[in-house]
Design a protein around this ligand. Structure first.
Ligand code: ZN
Length: 358
């Protein structure tokens, strides 16, 4: 990583002048680093690096730090986030699920507001309801960090209200965290040039957001529903038969070295096409003929499986709500839908706030 970072900085130094000469001005951040046990927020303002140590009871100027929904009130300045252990949840309340936001902050905010999940200040208003963000916040669009801080804020506000926000990792989270930066928006080239390091180093395990992202699972259940970004192939469930094993191997994949892959071949499975963040089999007729959704659900002891990753025009239901595909193409930045489950019925929540029975 260090040699990679060095080469990266060298390449960046050479290209930065050209990049900034032609480009517009961008803001991004904050990214929070731990330097000599002090948390330091760094952000980009009009293509210039800003930096400020963070303290509790912080002075007023800290309010100016970058992303709209960033709030220091919800950042634990004592310890970095630890991996989330609980992955099975029960609720009598409403459940909503959204996926594949891909940097389209404005569409996500409109959807959440129109469906009563957040208010006009972007604060949690869903009471004791549960909201699942089923992966792929990263890549393509230019407001990824803004969404991350919104989810981070809602997570704390929801818990205070007796509800819960569940953020699950998708393939694009895994790609960025493992240094595959092919799909980042041009804006993040500026971020990387200004910070002098690749995005995966801005999100390394010893940064606040890096630890927060690594604390998240790949799959959870709520009541009789399982949620995962891509899907569960029968091959995956043969080797990793429960969500505990899938989450443990998924997290291990992120920072695995080549030695780890040799010692644990399941890391290749969990990070590959038949793994939980890449699998598209339910939407492929040839695969569906051979794979039985009912068998997969039975293995997981759930009645419904909610997945993102494979894009559709709207939320779709397969096999009488056994599989529900919620990637409604928010990535194009125009519109999208959010799944709502209320009183055992499923609805497509639209950007206008209509709820259409699925
Ligand atoms: Zn995906």
């Amino acid at each position: 990583m260090q040699i990679r970072t060095l080469l990266y900085c060298l390449a960046m130094a050479l290209s930065t002048t050209a990049l900034f000469a032609q480009g517009p001005s961008f803001n991004d951040g904050p990214y929070i680093f731990v330097e000599d046990e002090v948390y330091v927020a760094k952000w980009m303002l009009n293509n210039a690096l800003q930096s400020q140590p963070l303290q509790e009871n912080a002075p007023a100027e800290q309010a100016k730090i970058a992303a709209r929904d960033f709030s220091l009130d919800f950042v634990n300045l004592q310890a970095l986030p630890k991996p989330q252990k609980k992955i099975h949840f029960k609720t009598d309340s409403k459940i909503a699920a959204l996926s594949d936001i891909h940097g389209q902050y404005d569409v996500a905010v409109k959807l959440l507001q129109a469906n009563g999940i957040i208010d006009t200040n972007n604060d949690w208003s869903w009471g004791d309801g549960h909201l699942v963000i089923a992966g792929d916040v990263f890549d393509r669009g230019d407001q990824v960090t803004e969404i991350i801080w919104l989810i981070h804020k809602l997570e704390k506000q929801a818990t205070q209200a007796g509800g819960r926000v569940h953020f699950l990792l998708g393939n694009h989270e895994l790609m960025v965290l493992t240094g595959d930066l092919r799909y980042v928006h041009q804006k993040y080239r500026y971020t990387m040039a200004v910070f002098g390091m690749p995005l995966d180093s801005l999100l390394s395990p010893n940064t606040y957001l890096g630890a927060w992202l690594r604390s998240k699972p790949l799959a959870i259940t709520i009541n009789d529903m399982a949620f995962v970004h891509g899907g569960f192939s029968e091959l995956l469930l043969e080797y990793l038969p429960d969500l505990e094993a899938i989450n443990a191997n998924g997290r291990a994949f992120i920072d695995a070295k080549s030695k780890d892959f040799e010692e644990n071949p399941l890391l290749n499975l969990v990070g590959g096409n038949m793994g939980p963040v890449w699998y598209r089999g339910y939407f492929d007729e040839e695969v569906t003929k051979k794979q039985n959704a009912k068998r997969i659900l039975k293995k997981l002891d759930v009645d419904h499986l909610v997945v993102g990753h494979t894009s559709h025009e709207a939320i779709i239901s397969l096999f009488d709500h056994q599989i529900i595909g919620i990637d409604s193409s928010i990535k194009f930045g125009k519109s999208g839908e959010i799944l709502i489950r209320e009183n055992d019925e499923f609805f497509r929540g639209t950007i206008f706030g209509d709820q259409i029975k699925l």
